[in-house]
Design a protein around this ligand. Sequence first.
Ligand code: PAF
Length: 276
Amino acid sequence: MKIMQSVEQLREVLAGQTSIGFVPTMGFLHEGHASLLKQARQDNDIVVLSIFVNPTQFGPNEDLDRYPRDEQRDQRLAQAAGVDYLFYPTNDVMYPLDMARVTVRSGDDVLCGASRPGHFDGVLTVVSKLFNIVQPTRAYFGLKDAQQLALIEGYVADYFVPVEIKRCPIIREVDGLAKSSRNVYLSEAEREQAPGIQQALQEAKQALDAGTPLETVLAQTRASLHFEGTTIDYVEAVAYPTLGPVNPTTKTILLAVAVQFKSARLIDNLLYTRGA
Ligand code: PAF
């Protein structure tokens, strides 16, 4: 595995490659990232991983400064996952002039977009830069960040970006908690409560299967998510992947949850296909 910081260097080694699988991350890698890399390894000749904690997707009061980092561990995991090139750019490399940004036009007024203004502009900006640098054949994203994934798919379609976006399943701890770099922020007591999010989503699925109306299911889910010391940021349902309102013809519903613990905001979701 080669580690690179410069765009020119990376472009030089990637020139002429037939298939490039790309996994963009912010580091502090876990089994969720490992599963994306595994899929990328299976599908492509070359696997590129990027690690860049992107400042433009963090709000002023968010966790940019304390976002967890562990370069040595990340490198070991990347090496074990069969990564060929690890791209580790600095802010100056990624934002040389910072004269241009990508703006989301629709789909960021709900869920995380509603509580994190500008977040998805930052995500699409950095993803667009990374796509232009790596020019991957396929790029891999986890469904845990389902809104992010839908907006990236929308961006790729609207801008005719020649990349295939691969949706990858959520990877969970044995007790059901979705793997996230931010899980390290949880206190012991919070860590015990956190699997309740997945339990609430499973109950929601059962209720939908049983024909319970969506609004009732959402109300039940909100009620069951009251843990001590937490606030619910949202429990919402939107059509997927348009992120618009659910209507009688909506086939796939994204039921998404964000819970604010004392020092970590956790998200999770369920993709529910009607009549499946
Ligand atoms: O999902 C993430 O880790 C980030 O939002 C991404 C896609 C790497 C962009 O910084």
